[in-house]
Design a protein around this ligand. Structure first.
Ligand code: HEC
Length: 141
């Protein structure tokens, strides 16, 4: 019963309907302003030399990061997202995407953090979103 009745239907209207649905979803996804790109974020991270402090995987174990740790100014370990502590927009939540973007762009000092985390010039909104996506991808907890 199932086979004989559903099969002819699945040929055209149902299939067309599914296809249309698929294209709608694809269109919606591609229509969002910017889908953050982790791989591009990683390249930017390498280009801007963030790793010399934060380490290749954001563990805070870059050569300069290790020195900072010794003097009690550790860049933190991003495998645990609770390490983010600056609430740049004072919304009561530290370490939101917006907080991370603000810190990367303007540095930590203006938000009461360490002057070692300096501002980074020449990053547009897409760059910042991709960097944050990469940083988020390093979380293991
Ligand atoms: C000279 C060392 C150094 C470099 C280079 C550096 N950082 Fe940092 N970064 C730090 C330190 C130290 C902190 C901790 C700041 C604090 O606790 O006040 C930090 C904190 C952060 C934070 C977390 C802020 C929070 O809320 O705790 C983010 C995100 C960040 N850095 C991203 C980056 C990115 C992206 C780059 C490269 C564009 C970069 N950093 C380059 C030293 C560095």
């Amino acid at each position: 019963m199932k086979g004989s009745q559903v099969k002819p239907m699945s040929k055209s209207p149902l299939r067309r309907c599914l296809l249309a649905g698929f294209f709608c979803v694809a269109l919606l996804l591609s229509g969002t302003a910017h889908a953050a790109d982790v791989a591009r974020g990683k390249r930017l991270y390498e280009k801007a030399d963030c790793a010399k402090c934060h380490g290749p995987r954001g563990r805070g174990d870059g050569p300069v990061g290790l020195t900072l740790e010794q003097i009690g100014k550790s860049p933190g370990d991003w495998s645990d997202p609770s390490t983010f502590k600056l609430d740049t927009d004072k919304d009561g939540k530290a370490g939101t995407d917006r907080d991370l973007r603000n810190v990367i762009k303007r540095g930590a000092l203006v938000f009461g953090g360490s002057q070692m985390m300096g501002p980074t010039k020449g990053l547009n909104d897409d760059d910042l979103a991709d960097l944050v996506a990469f940083i988020r991808s390093l979380a293991t907890r």
